[in-house]
Structure formats: structure tokens, C-alpha cells
Design a protein around this ligand. Structure first.
Ligand SMILES: [Zn+2]
Length: 252
């Protein structure tokens, strides 16, 4: 179920992989997204009731009554979840100060990021693909946390497509590198590519965020322990990252 699970003070988080759920076929087994290819028909989508069970399995593993996931649109909007919101906000980053509320970000080859400032009691998740990288969604999330009082933000960057696999047209590589030079890469076969994870990490470091690269050396396209849009096509599931803020005083 978990590729990596960790904690920092009262903050607990994990990055998931494919195993441990109930979905079948391309979605086997811990698929966390019901509508991965909207409008393409049932064969491209997992059974929503099974996805709900998968999310319940994750909620149980973290002992949280609710998990909030976003309707991710490759944008840069940041939503603050105040606890009243249990429906999926349309955004690619969300922040909360609510204890025992799971924040979930989902990705196949995009970069999932967990943010936390345990002292300020603020946590967040970010979904950053190529478009989110260019639009600066990670930077926007960090700045929103600071605006709400965060001073020492830690980021964990999860498994994603690596820069040796994520081939893109030359013009696209140029356009992204014009905004985030660190994201420029070359595939193992010598063609233009992007390393979105490296770009995201550069953006975090530019904001003086302390970064732990959980996904270093891992590639969702190459490793079948993960879902991959590039490897599996439109009918692919989504892994995710979850973060939970525990009540103050619960533990050190
Ligand atoms: Zn790779």
C-alpha cells in the first residue's frame, strides 16, 4: 500500500503505490481516482464504488474519518480546507489546519508534494505536472501557507516520471525550460525531455523550503509498482499522497 510513510511532529504522511486495494485490471489495485479519463466511456474508468472502498482502506490505515481529494485541473489555485468542505474542491493544491482530516493528492506520472509546518500547524498537498510546474502551483501553495503563518515549511516530493523517460516535443521542452530551467532533460535515448520533479524541487528550494525527495531514483513509468499514464494509457489508475495533522499535544 505504502511506498513510503513518515511523520514529523504531529504531521503524518504517506505516498502510496499500486498494491493493497480492491480495483482490478489496469486499475489494480489501490486506485484512488474514479474518473481518470472523463468522457471516454466506462472502459477507461474504474468502478466508483470500488475506488470509494480503496479510499476507505487508506482512511482506515491513517485512522481518519474523512479524506478530502481535489478535482485536479492542472492549474495553480490553492484551496484552504476549513473542515466544512468534504466535497472535492477544484484545485491542484490545498492546505488545512484541521486535525485528523486527510488531504489526498493523486497522480500517475505527475509529481505529488506534501507540505507541512508542524509548529504553525499547517499542512498541504500539491499536484504538479508539466502545466502546474509552469504555472507555479508549488510556489503558490508555499506562499499561501506563509500568508497563513507558516515559517518553517518542509516538503516531501513523491514518485513521478523521471527525466530520462518523460519525452516531450522540443518546442514544449523549450517552453517549460524558459520558465523553469532546471526541468530541462534528455531521455535515455537522446531526445528532448522534462524532469518535472527536478523543476518542482528547484521551485521549493527557491522559496527556502526544506525538501526531502522521497521519489529520488524511482520512476512511475519504469516501475510497475506504480500507476503510469505514459505506460498504461488513458485507462490508468492513480496513486497518491496523504497528509494528516494530528491534534496538538497528542504526541511530540
Ligand atoms: Zn524513468
Amino acid at each position: 500500500m505504502f511506498f513510503s510513510r513518515g511523520s514529523l511532529g504531529t504531521v503524518e504522511f504517506a505516498f502510496t503505490k499500486r498494491d493493497g486495494g480492491r480495483s482490478e485490471g489496469n486499475f489494480a489495485s489501490l486506485n484512488l481516482a474514479a474518473s481518470t479519463a472523463p468522457g471516454l466511456g466506462d472502459e477507461f474508468s474504474d468502478d466508483p464504488s470500488v475506488v470509494k472502498r480503496n479510499r476507505s482502506i487508506l482512511a482506515a490505515a491513517f485512522d481518519v474519518p474523512h479524506i478530502v481529494a481535489m478535482t485536479q485541473v492542472h492549474g495553480s489555485d490553492v484551496v484552504f480546507v476549513d473542515g466544512a468542505t468534504v466535497e472535492a474542491p477544484v484545485a491542484d493544491a490545498m492546505i488545512t489546519d484541521q486535525p485528523d482530516l486527510g488531504l489526498l493528492v493523486r497522480a500517475a506520472d505527475c509529481t505529488p508534494v506534501v507540505l507541512a509546518d508542524p509548529q504553525a500547524r499547517l499542512i498541504g498537498v500539491v499536484h504538479a505536472g508539466r502545466e502546474g510546474l509552469v504555472k507555479g502551483v508549488v510556489t503558490a501553495a508555499v506562499r499561501e501557507m506563509r500568508r497563513r503563518g507558516a515559517t518553517r515549511i518542509q516538503a516531501w516530493v513523491g514518485p513521478r516520471a523521471c527525466g530520462l523517460c518523460y519525452e516531450v516535443p522540443a518546442e514544449m521542452a523549450d517552453a517549460v525550460a524558459a520558465v523553469v530551467p532546471e526541468a530541462r532533460s534528455t531521455t535515455s535515448w537522446g531526445t528532448p525531455a522534462l524532469d518535472v520533479g527536478r523543476g518542482v524541487i528547484a521551485q521549493l528550494k527557491a522559496e527556502a523550503v526544506h525538501v526531502t525527495d522521497i521519489g529520488e531514483g524511482v520512476c512511475t513509468i519504469e516501475d510497475e509498482a506504480f500507476f503510469s499514464y505514459r505506460r498504461q494509457g488513458k485507462a490508468s489508475g492513480r496513486q497518491g499522497a496523504i497528509v494528516v495533522l494530528r491534534p496538538a499535544g497528542d504526541r511530540e
